[in-house]
Ligand binder design. Structure first.
Ligand code: HAS
Ligand code: HEM
Ligand code: CU
Length: 555
């Protein structure tokens, strides 16, 4: 059967364009990451310490927001058209959100990088969390707002596709991949409300000089209301690939479709009322609210633990189909030479470790030990930086032939590249975790500690710093190989080799899932109620304590 690009040529162009923007951001962001890793460890300094924060902002924004979310809109567009087996309702709407997101990205990136050029009176050294009282040029916030509105329009596009499909199929279960897209977007609509209020009502007027002051705790809390769910927004495209593509690549089928639906519904319900776990050390929020956030966070482990069970069971099933045997020796029967499989499986393995460091973060008492140390970047380079980023790179090797009709330029380079990422991240993130436990702070250009010297004992800060720099170098090289491989694939001429893009039916089919799981309105309603319960009192007390507009000027 014809592959995606032949069936949906217009949609394939949008997916390609989204991936292209994502990969450009990945290349630039990874380069800045290398500069940071070398600078912080005092191995090579090519920028001054002020520019460090400019690059750190660009690194966070380009990788955590632009790369991940542009890849997401690409893969979701693919999943909607493929899953509903129809083109999107109006391709002009599709290009409109793509255009808005891209324009917003350019505006924000220019506002940040202008900080490197003293002649341009523009800067946005506010980090990717853009907390007040750090203040950026208005273009930074306006670009971000355009970017977010673009994602809202993308969601609308996919919901319209759902409405059309539902019209023709009144009694069918929502196909699994579109189900994942729609539930993820519900979570996104609920959670972006917080950041939209912060940006539109406070940060933009403040940066334009329309209001004098802001209440930093209020904007911070609104940010984290969005800042935790956004991590699942990054993660859900990876989950979509782990649930629907990884089992197939392993040679088997998804273990349970109903369980997968339960997981995505749990994310809709629980992703938002936990944001205060990023604010355990913030004064001005009562301990009790922090405790509630911690309890909710522990419940939120459930969908990921279910995922670990379901996905590993599916992969094991695949291995046994391929002749694998024994308690663990089935692992050897997996297609480890396939870059798409190997990359996703390694990303999943690393996510298990990143999930555990997340559990440590989430404990109110242990959080005091790790908060604001390098432990935290250690945690999120395993989660967003590997579970998500490596799955996206590996997934590209499977998706690119479908959206271009071309075969991957070099599978050996692909395999080398994904393994190199895994090794680089073992060095970098393990050392970051260890450094954090020794108290090395995050977000500083000048952590004044011992440098590496060969006489220094293993376990010294010098040794940890060396590992961070070495890991960072391997990661950067991995990105270079990835981008080369993708560009070389794109540059090829099209030859008509058949593409296997089928996804086998799950072992436990959707017919076994209770109908209520597909009741999207119900889950949205409950999610909103939980958010109101978790946030009304903390927000009310922040506003009564120091007022809507607070008293902080910008810095
Ligand atoms: Fe986190 C801070 C708690 C998950 C990202 N997190 C951050 C920050 C980022 C981030 C970016 O409670 C820093 C923000 C900043 O700049 O200040 N996090 C958690 C918890 C989880 C968690 C409880 N985080 C993520 C994910 C992220 C992410 C996912 C991005 C994608 N995090 C925190 C807390 C903080 C925090 C505190 C604040 C720290 C502070 O003090 O500042 C959980 O969701 C984790 C659950 C995961 C698991 C693992 C399940 C394992 C699976 C593997 C399956 C295996 C496969 C392999 C597929 C329980 C699913 C199969 C192959 C074979 C071969 C078998
Ligand atoms: C921060 C290196 C890839 C997301 C950092 C820091 C280093 C670093 C050393 C800590 C800076 C500090 O706290 O002072 C690298 C290297 C990479 C890489 C060498 C690979 C070439 C990624 C990827 C993502 C990512 C793929 C996400 C998709 C972030 C974020 C921060 C960060 C969100 C925090 C920025 C902040 O604190 O404001 N990175 N990274 N990084 N990285 Fe990476
Ligand atoms: Cu969080």
């Amino acid at each position: 059967m014809a592959t995606f690009v032949d069936r949906y040529p217009d949609e394939a162009k949008v997916v390609q364009a989204s991936f292209a923007v994502a990969f450009i951001a990945l290349g630039i962001g990874a380069f800045f990451g290398l500069i940071q890793a070398l600078h912080r460890t005092n191995i090579l300094r090519v920028i001054d310490s002020v520019d460090y924060y400019t690059l750190l902002t660009a690194h966070g924004v380009l990788l955590a927001l632009v790369f991940t979310i542009f890849f997401l809109v690409g893969v979701f567009t693919w999943a909607i058209a493929k899953g509903f087996e129809r083109p999107l309702p109006d391709i002009r709407l599709t290009w409109a959100w793509f255009g808005l997101m891209t324009t917003g990205t350019v505006l924000t990136a220019v506002a940040i990088l202008a900080g490197l050029v003293p002649e341009i009176p523009m800067s946005a050294d506010v980090l990717y969390t853009f907390y007040a009282p750090l203040e950026a040029h208005p273009a930074f916030y306006i670009g971000l707002a355009m970017f977010i509105v673009g994602t809202w329009m993308a969601g609308a596009d996919w919901f319209l596709a759902y409405r059309d499909w539902r019209g023709d199929n009144p009694d069918e279960r929502i196909p699994l991949q579109p189900f994942m897209v729609l539930t993820t977007m519900i979570m996104w609509y609920v959670s972006t409300l917080g950041v939209a209020v912060a940006v539109v009502f406070f940060l933009i007027p403040w940066s334009l000089g329309l209001i004098e002051t802001v209440n930093p705790l209020l904007t911070r809390t609104l940010f984290w209301y969005f800042g935790h769910p956004v991590v699942y927004f990054w993660l859900m495209p990876a989950y979509l690939l782990w649930y629907t593509v990884l089992p197939k690549l392993a040679g088997g089928r998804l273990f349970s479709d109903p369980l997968a639906r339960v997981v995505f519904v749990l994310f809709v319900l629980l992703s938002t009322p936990v944001g205060i776990h990023h604010q355990y050390v913030d004064p001005g929020i009562a301990e009790g609210f922090k405790f509630i956030a911690m309890t909710n966070t522990m419940f939120l482990l459930l969908p990921s633990l279910l995922t670990a069970f379901t996905v590993v069971a599916s992969v094991e099933h695949g291995a046994r189909q391929r002749g694998g045997e024994g308690y663990l020796s089935w692992l050897g029967a997996l297609p480890w030479r396939d870059p798409a499989f190997a990359g996703m499986a390694l990303a999943g393995l690393m996510f298990a470790a990143g999930g555990f460091s997340g559990m440590v973060n989430a404990g109110m008492n242990i959080n005091y030990l790790v908060h604001n140390t390098l432990w935290v970047p250690g945690h999120f380079h395993m989660t967003v930086g590997t579970a998500v980023a490596l799955t996206m790179m590996a997934g590209t090797y499977w998706l690119l032939p479908q959206i271009t009709g071309k075969t991957v330029y070099s599978r050996p380079i692909g395999l080398f590249q994904v393994v190199l990422w895994f090794i680089g991240m073992v060095f970098m993130s393990n050392a970051m975790h260890r450094g954090g436990l020794l108290g090395i702070p995050r977000r500083t250009a000048e952590p004044q500690y011992q440098n590496f010297d060969f006489a220094a004992a293993v376990g010294s800060v010098g040794e940890i710093r060396m590992q961070i720099a070495f890991g960072g170098l391997l990661l950067f090289l991995s990105v270079v190989f990835f981008l080369f491989n993708v560009a070389a694939t794109w540059a090829e001429d099209r030859v008509d080799t058949p593409v296997d893009d089928t996804i086998p039916a799950p072992l436990s089919p959707p017919s076994g899932a209770p109908l209520i799981l597909d009741n999207l309105a119900l889950w949205t309603g409950i999610a909103v109620v939980l958010v109101v319960l978790a946030y009304t009192l903390p927000l009310a007390s922040i506003v009564t304590d120091s007022g809507l507009l607070g008293s902080s000027p910008g810095f």
